[in-house]
Design a protein around this ligand. Structure first.
Ligand SMILES: [Cu+2]
Length: 179
């Protein structure tokens, strides 16, 4: 009789283990289900996206409180329309950590341009009289702000872009490569 009780107990123990395993499976599949809509909502946006017909390139550039862009190289094709949005993903004010995107013409001395730009705070650090050195530029943004610019990709070649906020061009720089 006692043996029977032990048997019965172990039978229930096995049942319990089996059911808890089953529960484990259930919860993991529930997690799997929870992940699916999450990834649909989050839908990671590619920093560079080409339209289906190939005519337009959307560029999602970011700048942070550490004086860094997310992209140091942007590749496009000649003639494509470039829609660039710069988002400041930091928290700092634009007076101390402002960011912009300035695409320079080939042959422009970046150092000389940046040294002139820093004198033009009242013009969002776009140096008056040097517009001829610029292919395209955005406005200046602070933490949490965005700014956009649209331009046609210039002729094939490599072009430099910088943030013209004082001293930012040292780390906030990159190349637009037009194929
Ligand atoms: Cu900057």
């Amino acid at each position: 009789m006692r043996k029977f009780a032990v048997l019965l107990l172990s039978f229930f123990a096995i049942l319990f283990i089996l059911s808890s395993c089953g529960g484990g499976t259930d919860s993991s599949s529930a997690e799997g289900q929870a992940e699916a809509p999450k990834s649909m909502v989050a839908e990671p946006e590619a920093p560079i996206e080409v339209s289906a017909d190939g005519s337009t390139v959307t560029v999602r550039l970011t700048g942070d409180d550490m004086m860094k862009y997310n992209l140091s190289r942007i590749e496009v094709k000649a003639g494509q329309k470039v829609k660039l949005t710069l988002t400041h993903i930091g928290k700092m004010n634009k007076d101390v950590m402002g960011h912009n995107f300035v695409l320079l013409k080939p042959g422009v001395d970046v150092e000389a341009f940046a040294n002139e730009a820093l004198k033009h705070k009242d013009n969002a650090y776009i140096p008056a009289g040097m517009e001829g050195d610029i292919i395209a530029h955005t406005g200046m943004v602070g933490g949490g702000e965005s700014t956009s610019v649209e331009f046609d990709a210039p002729a094939a070649g490599t072009y430099k872009y910088i943030c013209s906020f004082p001293a930012h061009h040292i780390t906030m720089k990159g190349e637009l490569v037009v194929n």
